[in-house]
Design a binder for this molecule. Structure first.
Ligand code: PEP
Ligand code: MG
Length: 883
């Protein structure tokens, strides 16, 4: 087997398509080599070695060592150096690189190959002894931490102590002799800590580092990240070994990261940061605040440090050339890492850049205009679920603002919450339902859970590509990073800026769009959708087959949904209309009535309310289909609870408390979700269905006259299990239609259909379709009844079921395709066998879940219906399903 793939010198054994085998980084390094770009030569140890490593008690395939030796020799040939050579040593970096990018999750070792002997050779060859020993101490620190398991701070403390003694304040104050002495101290730290000397044999160093990368695949940070991003552990990571190039060889050297377009806004301009005289990890770690790449960005940020464009014009021009080339080649926005070594630019990485959804939309739409991609590709480039981020509020421009400090606008959107200083506090606040902002000096992968729990993230240190910024942007969570004036004191649990202090628990608001940090909870404004959004949606609408309707109970919801592009109402839950105080009284009177006469009297009071509701709904939805569902909830939900409530209802309704209590006891249920609800209400008390039908028909006539557009209501009967139930209720509806037609002399065009929410209904769909003119799958109840899991109480064990792999996702959020999905497919097939072209939709929560929408497309549904804010998500998901 081939375990090792070489690259460099204008060619490579791999290419971009071999991501599964070589990992993202390795595949793209190979691709860049093939494109003739300046890539330091190296090789990739494949992900299959990682798999082998874990399958064989952490050992390697037999022939791996030989293959690595051969690849190293090839790197030596290209560079004119030799690994471990005392005269002209080859130094390498060792980096992880999984199939999916896992920023900051895995460990890296730089400057590998240095020892007491080779360091002198590097000093001589470079003519720079300070550089050689600075690199050596960096290597000892990194290697000891990543491979040998020693703590980083032991070395940091030794360095601080040394600086104090010498009266230095900056690392740059140290000269060659200082670093030589510190290297000695560092080696002693290792010996004391481990009881053995720092490894001097480069070969031993190399295998130590390779092993550490494979080990890091199973560290806690990596496992957490994989869980959050649904990355299977079986993928494994590759290891990239690459000849070192140095960004820390003085002022003509630098290291940096750049995006080919702005990852927050999508603007087409080279965007990034670099540090002069530094090594790669310095930028990502956010320890020094970096400089801008372009002069325009430097001017915009008001930075007093020169941009790369100004400080290194030749390297900058080369970077611009390469960036154009990479975008054309990959036809996507790239995120690149580079190093300048004594004026020569080297590319260390390229990959598709993570971006906010706002940026994703703009980039996709502009790339179509630039002729880089097609409209269909643009549609496929935006993650439907991420559209949610666009719907984030921003700070009301008219709101009063008290500025605490300002940082970088690292991830857009505004968030308010109480200040917490640790991941644990953030998780606790979330659990208690208190929104919080996580405030840290800087974040590291250990903080992931807290970052997830917080509404927003604020850091004192770190740039736009720091850990906090990258992670927050990926999640669409507001973040302000690098608020330099902020002093965070974890021990006292306070943060201070500009003379103002906030304590843990105080409210602050962060504006990830401007970088402002404000005192208190500041007023917010609902989001606005950009022109690119509507353009992309138009393209999406052109390709999709599925219609998208909304679940809306009020004119306000319906209006919002129409603005989001809803093509009708797929579910109006009428019970939601009865909870207003005035209506609740009549509703309770109806439920608690002793006989039909009492019920009819109460229903007569509800009729005008209902009619008015429907008139409004039909008016907003002018010309679009509206599905109204008859009363569905367990009566139980409306019953008075306790003596006080009963006394109140008695006073309001004039019924005696005695009778009320008895009636409530009669109606009490142990399992209300499987109880007296759905069409069972209408079967038992047909007068309820009659009142609702009358309200619908009268409203249809009224709205039809007012708008001049015929209203065709679809009346939906819930929780049907037999055809007979539907027939009983349908009989009353049809009779009412006739009555209203006679009274108003108007023609009423309507349909009666049913929800399919019970397994029996799905199985008997063939005969139910004899009466039903349409189906709508209520997959909330269908999931509950097919799985036998209460939709209200499943929270207690669903998490455990997910962790133990029983469910991949919560079946109430994403449709269980194999089980519930099969019932849906059976229902459609049998229903349409009886009634060709039967209109079928879905109105459970799943209608707004992208994966479920894909299923609905495949299953042949006519439409999905979801809550108003999910309508754009469903439109885009439906389009992607059709591509
Ligand atoms: C359903 O059961 O999927 C449904 C849409 O109805 P409800 O959620 O109101 O029970
Ligand atoms: Mg239901």
């Amino acid at each position: 087997t081939k375990w090792v793939y070489s690259f460099g010198d204008g060619k490579a054994e791999g290419e971009a398509g071999m991501r599964n085998l070589l990992g993202g980084k390795g595949a793209n390094l190979a691709e860049m080599s093939n494109l003739g770009l300046p890539v330091p030569p190296g090789f990739t140890v494949t992900t299959e070695v990682c798999t082998h490593f874990y399958a064989h008690e952490r050992t390697y395939p037999d022939d791996l060592k030989d293959q690595v030796r051969g690849a190293l020799a090839e790197v030596g040939r290209i560079t004119g150096k030799r690994f471990g050579d005392a005269q002209n040593p080859l130094l390498v970096s060792v980096r992880s690189g999984a199939r999916a990018s896992m920023p900051g999750m895995m460990d890296t070792v730089l400057n590998l190959g240095l020892n007491d002997e080779t360091v002198e050779a590097v000093a001589k060859a470079s003519g720079d002894r300070r550089f050689a020993y600075d690199s050596y101490r960096r290597f000892i620190t990194m290697y000891s931490n990543v491979v040998l398991g020693l703590e980083h701070h032991e070395f940091e403390e030794a360095l601080d102590l040394y600086k104090d003694r010498k009266g230095y304040s900056l690392d740059t104050d140290l000269d060659a002799d200082d670093w030589v002495k510190l290297v000695g101290t560092y080696k002693t730290i290792v010996e004391t800590g481990l009881g053995r000397a720092f490894p001097q044999d480069p070969e031993e160093q190399l295998w130590g580092a390779v092993g550490a990368v494979f080990e890091s695949w199973m560290n806690d940070r990596a496992i957490t990240y994989r869980e959050l991003h649904d990355i299977p552990a079986s993928w494994g990571t590759a290891v990239n070994v690459q000849s070192m190039v140095f960004g820390n060889r003085g002022d003509t050297s630098a290291t940096g990261v750049a995006f080919t377009r702005n990852p927050s806004t999508g603007e087409r301009a080279l965007y990034g940061e670099f540090l002069i005289n530094a090594q790669g990890e310095d930028v990502v770690a956010g320890i020094r605040t970096p400089q801008d790449i372009t002069e325009a960005a430097a001017r915009a940020s008001g930075s007093d440090k020169p941009s790369m464009e100004k400080a290194m014009p030749d390297s900058y021009a080369e970077l611009v050339r390469i960036y154009g080339l990479l975008e054309k080649h990959y036809r996507d926005m790239q995120d690149m890492e580079f190093t300048v070594e004594e004026g020569k630019l080297w590319m260390l990485q390229t990959r598709s850049g993570k971006r906010t959804v706002k940026a994703a939309l703009r980039i996709a739409v502009e790339m179509v205009a630039e002729g880089l991609i097609s409209e269909d590709e643009a549609v496929s480039r935006v993650d439907p679920a991420a559209l949610d981020q666009l719907l984030h509020p921003t700070i009301d421009p008219d709101a009063e603002r008290t500025l605490l400090t300002k940082g970088l606008p690292a991830s857009p959107g505004a968030a308010a919450g109480e200040v917490v200083f640790s991941s644990e506090e953030a998780e606790k606040a979330k659990k208690d339902g208190r929104p919080c902002i996580l405030v840290r000096v800087e974040t590291s992968p250990e903080d992931i859970k807290g970052m997830l729990a917080a509404e927003g993230i604020l850091t004192a240190r770190g740039g736009m590509t720091s850990h906090a910024a990258v992670v927050a942007r990926g999640w669409g969570k507001p973040c302000v990073s690098g608020a330099g004036t902020l002093r965070v004191d974890y021990a006292k649990r306070v943060a201070v800026a500009g003379g103002k202090t906030v304590k843990a628990g105080d409210f602050i608001t962060i504006d990830g769009g401007t970088g402002q940090v404000l005192l208190g909870a500041v007023g917010m404004r609902p989001p606005e959708l950009s022109g690119e959004f509507s353009t992309l949606m138009t393209w999406a609408d052109r390709v999709r087959r599925l219609k998208v309707r909304t679940n809306a109970d009020t004119a306000t919801d319906a209006k919002a949904a129409r603005d989001f592009g809803a093509e009708g109402i797929g579910l109006c839950r009428t019970e939601h209309m009865f909870f207003e105080p005035a209506r609740l009284v009549a509703m309770r009177e109806m439920i608690l009535a002793e006989d039909e006469k009492g019920r009819r009297a109460a229903l007569a009071k509800l009729l005008p309310f209902q009619r008015q509701d429907f008139v409004e709904l039909f008016t907003v939805m002018k010309g679009l289909p509206v599905t109204i569902r008859l009363l569905d909830p367990p009566l139980h939900e409306f019953l008075p609870q306790g003596d006080k409530d009963i006394a109140e209802v008695a006073a309001q309704t004039g019924l005696s408390p005695e009778n009320l209590r008895r009636r409530a006891a009669e109606l009490h249920e142990h399992n209300p979700m499987l109880g007296f609800r759905g069409c069972r209400l209408a079967v038992a008390y047909p007068e309820i269905a009659e009142m609702q039908a009358r309200a619908i028909f009268e409203a249809a006539v009224e709205a039809g006259k007012a708008t001049g557009e015929a209203v065709q209501p679809e009346i939906m009967v819930p929780l049907v299990m037999t055809k007979r139930e539907l027939d009983i209720v349908k009989g009353r509806i049809d009779a009412m239609a006739k009555a209203v037609t006679e009274e108003t002399a108007a023609t009423i065009d309507y349909q009666v259909g049913t929800m399919i929410e019970l397994p029996r209904a799905a199985l008997r769909a063939g005969e139910i379709a004899e009466s039903a003119e349409f189906f709508s799958f209520g997959t909330n109840d269908l999931t509950q009844t097919a799985l036998g899991i209460s939709r209200d109480d499943a929270g207690t064990f669903l998490d455990i079921y997910r962790k133990k792999g029983v469910f991949e996702t919560d079946p109430f959020m994403s449709l269980d395709r194999e089980g519930v999905g099969e019932l849906v497919s059976i229902g459609i097939e049998r229903g349409r066998k009886t009634r060709a072209g039967l209109k079928v939709g879905i109105c459970g929560e799943h209608g707004g879940d992208p994966a479920s929408v894909v299923f609905c497309h495949g299953a042949g549904l006519d439409y999905v219906s979801c809550s108003p804010f999910r309508v754009p998500i469903a439109r885009l998901a439906a389009a992607q399903a059709a591509l």
